[in-house]
Design a protein around this ligand. Structure first.
Ligand code: CA2
Length: 146
């Protein structure tokens, strides 16, 4: 185990399909590609990244708690569809002192009205959206400024 600060990068439902479906909306990078880019940038910045994905809301909540227990420097959270539905994720973000940065590949505000509400964004430190895979790298740089 390294003694560098760690940043958790948590990804929600269906993001395991990235790069395989709907590239016109979400780009052609897979989640593994994004993880690789984050790891390269993290190395330059002197931090570790812990990149995870789950299709299950409870896993994301448990990992937010784990980030607190591990004294993580920040959490980058793309909660995907749970962004727009989950009071439980909102509560989990509020319950920890680790700053959470909401991340999206697309710009939900330029899409359907049901994507305009974000329970995550209402609890997060800030939001970066609309830049495809680069949203994650921007969020990592933002986390370093906190
Ligand atoms: O733009 C984003 O990052 C989203 O979080 C993606 C979510 C969507 O519900 C949010 O409104 C915005 C959807 C993730 C689904 O991922 C897929 C990836 C490839 C193919 C199909 C779905």
């Amino acid at each position: 185990m390294s003694d560098k600060p760690v940043i958790f990068v948590l990804n929600g439902p269906n993001l395991n399909l990235l790069g395989l479906r709907e590239p016109e909306i979400y780009g052609s990078d897979t989640l593994d590609d994004i993880a690789g880019k984050l790891e390269d940038r993290a190395q330059e910045l002197g931090v570790d990244v812990e990149v995870r994905q789950s299709n299950h809301e409870g896993h994301l909540i448990d990992w937010i708690h784990e980030a607190q227990g591990d004294n993580a420097k920040a959490i980058l959270l793309n909660a995907a569809g749970f962004t727009h539905t989950s009071v439980a994720l909102h509560d989990a973000i509020k319950a920890v002192s680790v700053p959470v940065i909401e991340v999206h590949l697309s710009n939900p505000h330029a899409r359907e009205a049901f994507r305009h509400k974000s329970y995550v964004g209402e609890a997060a430190k800030g939001t970066i959206s609309g830049f495809g895979a680069f949203s994650y790298l921007l969020a990592l740089d933002a986390a370093m400024q906190l």
